[in-house]
Unconditional design. Structure first.
Length: 89
């Protein structure tokens, strides 16, 4: 999670040895609800970093002020080692 202001630019990328880690980036207004198979997260995402985008990198102007939520997962296989780099300017 990170807090940022509308109009700031975010640059984020994830790297993993097996190249199987991706992320979604939810903008303020998301919700997290418990579910039997893990949390259910819904709401607006940053363009190019939605649930179905399998994003490994994103550069975007943030549309709203508030808390943004990163959700990381794997595209195949079990767990994954990764490095997430984020800068906001």
């Amino acid at each position: 999670m990170l807090t940022a202001r509308a109009g700031q630019t975010i640059l984020a990328d994830v790297a993993s040895p097996d190249e199987n880690v991706v992320f979604s980036l939810y903008r303020p207004g998301y919700s997290v609800k418990p579910a039997s198979d893990g949390p259910d997260i819904s709401g607006p995402s940053v363009p190019g970093a939605g649930e179905r985008d399998d994003a490994t990198t994103v550069k975007a102007t943030l549309p709203a002020s508030g808390r943004y939520l990163f959700v990381l997962g794997t595209t195949r296989g079990g767990g994954g080692e990764y490095r997430l780099r984020v800068s906001v300017k």
